[in-house]
Design a protein around this ligand. Structure first.
Ligand code: PMP
Length: 360
């Protein structure tokens, strides 16, 4: 049987060890004679799973005590609305638009107040991160919003904007736990789990306590209020219980691999060899501006759409799955999240070299 490497942008590859452990525990979680899927979310056993997941995430990211960790549902997209509903107290916020996801967040923000687009890279198909040195923040902005890793275009902020004290909110869906980060620089971080953390259905939000309050946009549903979930410790209603369990196993796996420093080292190695190959190739070309390249999503083209299509098809036949770029930009994208082994990237490069020789 040929080895399959899954380069999907999300849902995405998970560590084999985690899937094996989940399989081992599928019918009987630690002697409970129940699957985690079958357990009451109010049971002692499940409470342990949730608390341990939270504690491990706190440890991995060194989350200070004045930040709340919430396990939510509705995907990152629901956060596009929850953020303004809960945090746009002055009905104004600034957005830096570096791709479709940030753009969608800004459009959603506009439903609740003034969502100012203070910088954008749309002029060049979001292939770069705009200049962050001369941003004009709005006087009344409640927050500045960014999407830190742009899944579709393969760009990532290498530095954060200095927001001069305005809380920074960052969508980290596609770079969650890929390297260490300083949580204290943010008012809020959030992301869907389905790329680096676990299965789809779990959204994690990390919010600085002082941003939370009773005052929310009029008519905000109870389920869409952060304080509802803070007060109930992510157990206001039935949480995505099984998904959180898998996230917990992934947190333990990351700890066993040297934590976020270990992830960064591996991710830099993997992305490094792939970008080096792209830079030396006479056929393939990276599409993101060099200084803004993502470690997680590597986007490239041949410059010929027919050849791109041929490449994706032949790659699939060889076991390299999901290399087609996002439908809005075309080309190719290799998502090489934490759980993609280095062998997978090496095998892909070998295949690309062969394709280049045969088709140039
Ligand atoms: N933000 C980013 C950076 C994403 O990559 C995605 C999904 N690919 C989303 C938000 C939307 O996430 P969801 O599908 O969980 O709503």
């Amino acid at each position: 049987m040929k080895t399959v490497y899954n380069f999907s942008a999300g849902p995405a590859v998970l560590p084999k060890e985690v899937l094996q452990e989940a399989a081992n525990e599928m019918l009987d979680y630690k002697g409970s004679q129940m699957s985690v899927m079958e357990m009451s979310h109010r049971s002692k056993v499940y409470e342990g799973i949730l608390n341990e997941a939270k504690a491990d995430l706190k440890e991995l990211l060194s989350i200070p005590d004045n930040y709340k960790i919430l396990f939510l549902q509705g995907g990152a997209s629901t956060q596009f609305a929850m953020i303004p509903m809960n945090l746009m107290k002055n009905h104004e916020a600034d957005y830096i638009v570096t791709g479709q996801w940030a753009k969608k967040a800004a459009q959603e923000g506009q439903l609740y107040g003034k969502a100012n687009v203070i910088a954008s890279s749309e002029d060049k198909t979001f292939s770069y991160i705009p200049d962050l040195d001369n941003l004009a923040f709005s006087k009344n902005a409640d927050y500045v919003y960014i999407c830190e890793n742009n899944t579709i275009y393969g760009t990532k902020y290498s530095t954060l904007p200095d927001t001069k004290g305005i809380p920074l909110i960052s969508d980290i869906s596609s770079c969650f736990l890929s390297e260490p980060m300083d949580v204290t620089k943010y008012g809020m971080l959030f992301g869907g789990a389905q790329k680096n953390i676990g299965p789809a259905g779990v959204t994690i939000a990390i919010i600085r306590e002082d941003l939370l309050g009773d005052e929310v946009f009029e008519g905000t549903p109870t389920m869409l209020r952060y304080d509802t979930h803070v007060k109930a410790d992510s157990l206001y209603n039935t949480p995505p219980a099984y998904g959180i369990y898998i996230c917990g196993l992934v947190f333990k796996w990351i700890k066993s691999q040297g934590g976020l420093e270990g992830m960064k080292k591996m991710n830099e190695e993997k992305a490094g060899i792939l970008y080096d190959f792209l830079d030396s190739s006479h056929m393939f070309k990276g599409t993101a501006r060099k200084q803004d390249r993502s470690l997680m999503n590597v986007c490239f083209i041949t410059g010929d759409e027919k050849l791109d299509k041929k490449f994706v098809e032949e790659a699939k036949e060889e076991g390299f799955e999901n290399l087609k770029g996002h439908r809005s930009v075309g080309g190719m994208r290799a998502s090489i999240y934490n759980a993609m082994p280095k062998e997978g990237v090496e095998a892909l490069i070998k295949f690309m070299k062969k394709f280049e020789e045969e088709n140039l």
